[in-house]
Unconditional design. Structure first.
Length: 275
């Protein structure tokens, strides 16, 4: 109960009384960033300040699904998992934990035609199901080589890892995926994240099991570095930060997981904007 009240207070302070009413009850019907809403898992209505520009916007990558993924037209695409409630609660955390002028709503960046170069940070979810063409790989690589940052999350086990790496080879066939050292600045932007745990999805509430596949453990925090030693792709494998963001205001989901997931995401954003 205390946790629910604290989240409500945070929402009130951030959005104001009209904004929180819209967030909870769907009072605003005009959606400014949701042309792909039918592909989202958990869409919510826009808050009152949705049209206001800001320094930073949560950029969600809309990719094409391949292995075991949802398809466009008729059912949710894998890219839309946890969207867009997770995105909105993450934006609130950015406002709470940093001084970055953060927009309250996300932007959906289509892999083929979205304004990718206008956003410093992109989030890709369930990338164990993506399918990346050579043309798309070239476009994503250009985004990264020009200073962009890609965070990927919520894929589990060796089969999904293998499919993810097929896509990564279209982007960076010449770069190695490595474990990010605990001492890397990316884990020390807003707090010390050296002691990380496996962040589970919503299934943890029902089963108490922190992994989603029989071979989906332990958690891996990996990355791809550029020639200057900067992380350009942050890979969160065998964890589900998106669920932790989505259920950050759900009392049954453990606060310790939600808090760590939000701090990791915010740290990755701050790293992308300062390195």
């Amino acid at each position: 109960m205390k946790r629910r009240l604290s989240i409500a207070a945070l929402l009130f302070a951030t959005l104001g009384p009209i904004g929180i009413l819209a967030f909870q009850s769907g009072g605003f019907q005009a959606r400014v960033s949701q042309q792909y809403e039918y592909e989202m898992q958990d869409p919510v209505d826009d808050p009152a300040d949705a049209r206001q520009k800001a320094e930073f916007s949560f950029g969600r990558l809309r990719y094409r699904a391949g292995y075991g993924g949802g398809r466009f037209g008729g059912r949710r695409g894998s890219w839309g998992t946890d969207a867009n409630r997770a995105d909105r609660l993450f934006a609130i955390a950015m406002r709470r934990l940093t001084r970055v002028d953060t927009r309250s709503v996300e932007e959906i960046i289509d892999v083929d035609e979205g304004p990718m170069m206008d956003f410093p940070w992109l989030y890709g979810v369930e990338v164990g199901r993506w399918a990346v063409s050579p043309e798309q790989g070239k476009r994503i690589r250009e985004f990264l080589d020009r200073g962009g940052f890609l965070m990927v999350d919520d894929f589990h086990g060796e089969a999904e890892w293998s499919n993810f790496m097929q896509g990564m080879r279209q982007i960076y066939p010449d770069r190695e995926v490595v474990d990010i050292p605990d001492g890397d600045p990316i884990f020390h932007m807003i707090s010390d994240l050296s002691d990380r745990v496996q962040i589970p999805g919503a299934q943890y509430v029902r089963s108490g099991v922190p992994y989603e596949r029989y071979d989906g453990f332990p958690a891996h925090w990996r990355g791809i570095f550029d020639d200057k030693g900067r992380v350009v792709v942050a890979i969160c494998h065998n964890v589900d930060l998106g669920d932790a963001w989505q259920y950050a205001d759900e009392p049954r989901y453990p606060e310790k997981f939600a808090a760590q997931a939000l701090r990791i995401g915010v740290s990755y954003v701050m790293y992308s904007m300062t390195h």
